[in-house]
Design a protein around this ligand. Structure first.
Ligand code: FAD
Length: 295
């Protein structure tokens, strides 16, 4: 069995996204070593669809499992989003939590007022990581209320315990800058909650005339993740995806391409480790079923 990994180290978000204060990296390293001892080969710095095509894998292997995650960050799409001092959550977390060499310059939060935009678990990780990295304050700006926030209550409680502040029912509409083109604040509108939307959460609506500016020196955007589109021109395009880019699978976790299976965030969208593990197990059983000749 061979694992092809685009990054210089295997482990995905367990190693480079989830902060070490939530998941000790030695735990992941131990699992990786168990796999190595059992004969799994790791080929690092190999991007499927760029360095290697799906047909090459299907020529060499009986089955292929796509566990390529969903790490495309949702953008901050408001006026002022180009100002200096705005960073996506994941590169910030990787930089603060992983020994992996990065292509972008270090982000310093020391002594800064940090505003985190979004209300999921990634936002909670950003708040805690910013405070642990020396931020003067870390404020979460979220457009719904606590009851309708997607992040877990445990993660919320941990963030509060570490000194994070929360501004609920507050929606960023623009980033304000100083004369040097750096972030100086976030202009927001206050929100109220209307009827539940298709996800069951109550839909926020603007309270007219409620604009306010929250002073901030640095913004961390944690608006969630989508699957990364397949590299242009690659034969991965033959794998069917749904309207938001999630890989479509059947009851065996098999994709539209025979002998190609998938699971985890690349199928579900940003989810949890346990769900990715369950998909992997289900796919292993599915691969066994599909490859075993009928008696
Ligand atoms: C900040 C953060 C905190 C989180 N905290 C928790 C938590 O506390 N508890 C929890 O259960 N879940 C947490 N999650 C979610 C959890 O990390 C994911 O659900 C889980 O890692 C999904 O596993 P996966 O294998 O599907 O994808 P990933 O972990 O994203 O792994 C995908 C791997 O595929 C590689 N890859 C992508 N494209 C290619 C390609 N074309 N060729 C080769 N390799 C490729 C990537 O480099 C990556 O290593 C968190 C997520 C984030 C972002």
């Amino acid at each position: 069995m061979t694992i092809f990994e685009a990054q210089s180290q295997a482990g995905g978000l367990l190693l480079n996204g989830i902060p070490a204060f939530k998941l000790e990296k030695s735990v992941v390293e131990r699992r990786l070593n168990i796999l190595r001892q059992r004969g799994v080969e790791f080929q690092l710095n190999v991007t499927l669809g760029v360095d290697l095509e799906l047909r090459e894998l299907l020529d060499e292997f009986d089955a292929v499992f796509l566990g390529i995650g969903a790490q495309k960050a949702k953008a901050l799409d408001v006026p002022g989003a180009e100002l200096r001092g705005i960073h996506q959550a994941l590169p910030f977390l990787i930089q603060k939590n992983s020994p992996m060499a990065l292509e972008f310059p270090p982000v310093s939060v020391t002594g800064k007022r940090v505003a985190v935009l979004g209300g999921g678990d990634t936002a909670m990780d950003c708040l805690r990581t910013a405070l642990r990295s020396g931020a003067l304050e870390a404020v979460c700006i979220y457009r719904r209320d606590l009851a309708n926030m997607p992040g877990s209550r445990k993660e919320f409680g941990n963030a509060i315990e570490e000194g994070a502040q929360f501004l609920f029912l507050t929606n960023p509409v623009a980033v304000e800058g100083n004369a040097q083109g750096e972030v100086a604040g976030v202009r927001c509108t206050k929100m109220e909650l209307g009827e539940p939307d298709s996800s069951g959460r109550r839909k926020p609506r603007v309270i007219p005339g409620s604009e306010l500016t929250i002073k901030a020196d640095l913004l961390l955007v944690a608006y969630g993740f989508d699957p990364v589109p397949f590299p242009a021109g690659s034969d991965l395009a033959s794998v069917a995806v749904n309207d938001w880019g999630g890989i479509v699978v059947d009851a065996n976790q098999m994709t539209s391409v025979p002998r190609v299976f998938a699971g985890g965030d690349s199928v579900r969208g940003a989810s949890l480790v346990v769900h990715a593990v369950r998909d992997g197990r289900k796919a292993a059983a599915g691969i066994h079923r599909v490859l075993t000749p009928a008696k």
